[in-house]
Design a protein around this ligand. Structure first.
Ligand SMILES: [Zn+2]
Length: 333
């Protein structure tokens, strides 16, 4: 992605970096914070390209010169990336980095290093890094990356310019997932459940989740089409699939989406529907039941979530919910 695109994705961060690049006044140390999947690593790499590319168009790196290509393949001698070795970033890794940098000067005077998951640095590693960062070397840029800024040592944070990456807006996240081959209805579903792009992508590719989605849709549709069979479906499909609290929470979240979809149709907002692959059935049910019934269905699912949070047993939470939903379904059809 180019800087102009990053400007759309991460306005604040991109504006600051673009201005610094344009004025050739890049800082020495940045701390990129923000959730997974917000582009921290990509921006760090792009910044490195802009820093080294000798064939830039304005501040935009060419992407094809030797420097750009070596950064892309991870082989640039003056761009070093450090990641946790096991569960932490160890002192030796920082020592190796300092050593590697001290040997150079042949390629260029410039150096760029990136430390991922910097919150996992040991105290000794952090001290070595701090010393290194304090050396009056005007041509070094370091980018530290973390999802958990509160776990980064204050001494490190205070020496960095902190740039916070915002979560992707849902519409963009959905489009990006679709761009990566996720079916539109599935992309909409996971986007409704999480703001974390990586988590959304993992859910979209998860077999258990795909089954959960179809189990819930099937149960809800049956609840209104053939309420006399719904209880059996609940035992046979829901209870066997949503076997623990975490799983049932996901099941209940999917039920919430289903009721909200019905409500969206009843209030004339078809564009808000998440389960777009079931639009026909959703429309039929939206026409068939009163809006009060949809609202009480939503309330019943929310109450079930509360019971589950209060340590309710998953099966009994599900049974109670099924009874409430069935009552409503029968009395209003
Ligand atoms: Zn280039």
């Amino acid at each position: 992605m180019k800087w102009t695109q990053w400007l759309e994705e991460q306005k604040t961060v991109a504006t600051i970096l673009i201005n610094s690049l344009e004025q050739s006044r890049l800082g020495h140390a940045y701390l990129f914070t923000g959730q997974k999947g917000t582009g921290k690593r990509e921006v760090a790499r792009h910044l490195a390209r802009s820093f080294f590319c000798r064939n830039k168009n304005g501040i935009e790196p060419c992407g094809t010169c030797r420097d750009c290509r070596r950064i892309d393949s991870g082989n640039h001698p003056d761009v070093v990336v450090i990641r946790p070795d096991g569960r932490s970033i160890k002192k030796q890794q920082i020592a190796d980095l300092i050593k590697a940098f001290s040997y150079r000067g042949v390629e260029s005077e410039r150096k760029f290093f990136i430390v991922e998951q910097v919150d996992l640095m040991t105290a000794q590693a952090a001290n070595s890094l701090l010393k290194f960062m304090e050396e009056p070397d005007g041509q070094t840029v370091c980018v530290l990356i973390t999802e958990n800024v509160h776990a980064v040592l204050e001494t490190i944070v205070s020496r960095c310019q902190v740039l916070t990456f915002k979560p992707l807006p849902p519409e963009k996240m959905k489009r990006r997932l679709i761009g990566e081959g996720v079916a539109p209805a599935m992309a909409a579903t996971v986007t409704a459940l999480t703001a974390d792009y990586e988590e959304a992508k993992a859910l979209a590719g998860d077999e258990w989740f795909a089954k959960a989605r179809s189990v819930v849709i099937n149960y809800m549709e049956e609840l209104f089409a053939q309420p006399q069979r719904a209880m059996m479906t609940m035992y046979e499909q829901c209870a066997t699939h949503f076997t623990d609290s975490n799983r049932l929470h996901i099941g209940l979240d999917l039920m919430l989406i289903w009721f909200r979809d019905v409500l969206s149709l009843q209030t004339g907002r078809p564009e808000a529907v998440v389960f777009t692959d079931r639009l026909e059935r959703l429309n039929a049910i939206a026409d068939m039941i009163f809006m009060e019934r949809t609202a009480s269905g939503l309330a019943a699912v929310l109450a079930a979530k509360r019971r589950l949070n209060a340590n309710g047993h998953p099966l009994s939470v599900l049974e109670q919910l099924a009874l409430r939903l069935e009552e409503g379904a029968v009395s209003h059809v």
